[in-house]
Every structure is written in C-alpha cells, then in structure tokens.
Design a protein around this ligand. Sequence first.
Ligand code: ADP
Length: 479
Amino acid sequence: MKFSYKLLLSTIIVMALALGFSGFYFVNYVFETSLDREVGQALDESSILSFAFETAALNVPAKYSILPDSTVEEIASNLESGGQSSTRRRIRISGEEKNALYVSDGFAADYELLAQTDEETKLYRVVTAEGKYYIHTSVMVNVLDRILYLETMRDVTSVFTERQLGFSLYRRVTLIMLLIGTVIMHLIASFLTKPIRLLTRATKRMAQGEYSYRAKQVSRDELGQLTRDFNYMAKALEQNIEKLEEELDAKEEFMGAFAHELKTPLTAIIGYADMLRSHKLDEEKSFMSANYIYTEGKRLEAMSLRLLDIIVTGKNEAVLSRVPAGDIFVYLEEMFADRRDVDIRFSYDAQDIWAEVNLIKTVLVNLIDNAYKASEDGGVIEVSGYISEEGYCFAVKDYGIGIPSEELRKITKAFYMVDKSRARSKNGAGLGLALCEEILKIHHSGLGIESTVGEGSCFWFVLPAEGGSVQTEEKEPAD
Ligand code: ADP
C-alpha cells in the first residue's frame, strides 16, 4: 500500500474514532440531563399527588372512622383527571396488602416497584410499555390510619426519541465530516509525500543509467534534507562513475596503443629474422638485417622498462628527503654537457626542497630530452628553478616546434605522440611524460604545460621548498 494511502487511512481512522466518541458522549450527556430533569418532575408530581390525596381524604366527612375504598376510588379518579394537560394521568392506588384499589387506563407497570416501596422510600424506575418509555414512581401515603400506595407513570418517550434523533444526526454529520476530511487529507497526504515520489522517480531514472538526473527539492523539512543528501550522493556517484568510465577508456586506449606500439618493432623483427633464415644474404645485408633486429629489440626493451617504471612508480609513495635544488642542477648540467648542438641554459635559486631526488631527476631529464627533440640545431633551452609562492618551481622552456593546443591534454597519456614518425625517428615511444605525471602525482604535484606551435613550449612543476636564501646562479650558454 502506498505511503500516502497509509497516512490517509490512519488519519481517517483517528478522525472517525474521535468524531464517534465525542458525538456519542455529547448526545448521551444531553439525554442523561433531560432524563434527570424528567425524573425530578415525576418525583415532584408524585409528591404533589400524595399531598393532594391526603388533603382530599381529610376533607371527607368524618362519619366513618376509616377511609372506605369507594372514597379512595373517588379521590383517585379526581386526581387522575385533575392534571393541567389534556391527557389523563396514569395512576394506581393500592391498599395495605398492596392490592390495587384504583388503576387508570393504560397503567401498564408491574408490581415490582410496589413490592419494594415502604414508609421511608420513594421509588422510581424507567419502564417500557407498548413501545413507549415511562418513569414509574411509587410512594406510600398514610391517610386516616390507612396505609395506601400511590404509583404514577410519566411518559418520557420524547426524551428517548430525541436521543435517537441526536444519534442519527450525529452519524450523518460524522459521515459528511469524514468525507470532507478524506478529500482534504488526500490532498495534504499527496502534498506531504511529494518529495518521496520525486525521490522514487529519481532513483528509478538513476537505476536506468541516467546518472545526471536529480530529484527536485520541494520542501525544507526532513524530507527536503533527504532530497539534498540524495542529490549530493547522486553527484558523488556520478563523479565516481565518470572517473571509472574515464579509467576504463584510458585502459582500453592504453591497451590499443600498447598493442600498436608492439606491432611495429615486432613486424620489423619478424621480417628481418625471416629474411635471414630463408635467404642467403651477403655479409652487408646480413649485418643490416641483424642490426635492425637489434635496434628494434632495444627499442622494445626500453619501452618495457619504461612501462615497468610507470607501473612501479604509480604503486609507491615518494620517500621525500631534503635536498639542495642546486645538486639537481649540477647533475643535469653534467648530463647534458655533451649536447652541443643546442644551447641549454641553467639558472636557479639556491634552495632546499623536499623530493625523492632520483625521481625528480628522471622528470627533468625527460623534459629536457623532449625539449631537445623539439628544438632545431642551435636552438635554446632554458632550464630554471625559482622560489614561488607555492613552493619551488622547476621549468623547462624551449623555442622549438611547439604543441597544438588541442593536443596538450593528451600528450601525458601513455604512448601518445603528436607526430608519431618524428617521435619514433627520435627514439620516442610516448611514455616519457606519462612517467613524469606518475612521479609528480606521488609528489602531490602535477605538470603544467604552455605551448604555441612554432614558438616553443614550457613545462613546469612545483615542489615543496624549505628555508634557505635566495641566490641566483647563471650558467653561461654552451658553445
Ligand atoms: P616521447 O618523447 O618518448 O615521444 P613523451 O611522453 O615524452 O614521449 O612525449 C609525448 C609527445 O609529446 C612527444 O611525442 C611529442 O610529440 C610531444 N612533446 C613532448 N614534449 C614536447 C616539446 N617540448 N615540444 C614539442 N612536443 C613535445
């Protein structure tokens, strides 16, 4: 059953019980009050009649020492018709033995009450006869040494009829109130449960793969908070799924590129090996074929080592130590000292940095190597280290071929080369920058790239710096 129906049903049950009980209590209270009033009047009337009976008996001529039955009947008859209303009273007069001396027409009460009546008591009870309700009273009258009993019957059917009417009126009012209440509660319940419906719809849409779908927030209460939390969770989920999809795409891309990169050297190796075994080649051709096999094999070896580096680096955390940045620059200067066809200029601020020094050297060697490959003979490469607000910044700038802006995002992906044949001719495999990214990632840093085609490129990254004075050392350009 829907939650809104449950809410509606429970409210209707509570309403029905409340209206039913209050109605019953109210109608019954009115009835009890009216009945009490009628009882009071019936008892008063009984007192008045007994007093009237005594007075009438005293006025009888005293020729008899006791009151004869005929006189009793006469007085009773007078009392029966002496009421103010047009209808006759219903009375019964009984003698000492509780034997009836006078009974009005329609006096239908039994003798039970009479049997209980004595000198002290003045009794009443409600009786029914012929579909009508009466208050039956009984009292003892002592006149002229005679003990008599006077009983009356007062018609109170109207009080009971009113109670019936009250009940049926209240039933109708309750039903109408319940109907109106049901309509109003239905509207309120569907308004209150709207956030739940919207959330359910959002859940279904998301289950169907529409991860960007969000539930509309329509209230500011707990359900509104739930919607906000749900949307927050949906956003996190969407981001995670996007990330997973990206990772999956990257993996597929990587596998494709890897297979492609393997294919070229393997085809060459297989081709030349086949030529060697199936043809009788002269010495020069045999050497050439063996040399191809060797160089392509070497390329494969270098590639597999790089891949291993990337995988191993990505799995470990960097073990940082404090090193002077100058030491790294001294190492680089020595390493590239023999590259005399380009002008590599080093400038740096003396500063201690936090890094796993061998890995950072690998990054810089890769960046300088790339800049070298991109530069013309006689080109300039500027390798600098300086203190910035974020930390210590390393930058490698060249004035070479540059990189098209649409390629910038992709060049750090494994096996990605802007110009494949040019990269391969320079022994590239598209793995250097991917390795740099992995190394910088474990240093909690990243690679910044700026490049303009035909003007050159600048690669930089920042590492945490530590104290030290700011000095700048310039190395003279290599000749
Ligand atoms: P590799 O140098 O082995 O080909 P990298 O991952 O180091 O692989 O570089 C990927 C590609 O990015 C290179 O093939 C080249 O096309 C481009 N690239 C990298 N650095 C530069 C640069 N300084 N100038 C121009 N292109 C560059």
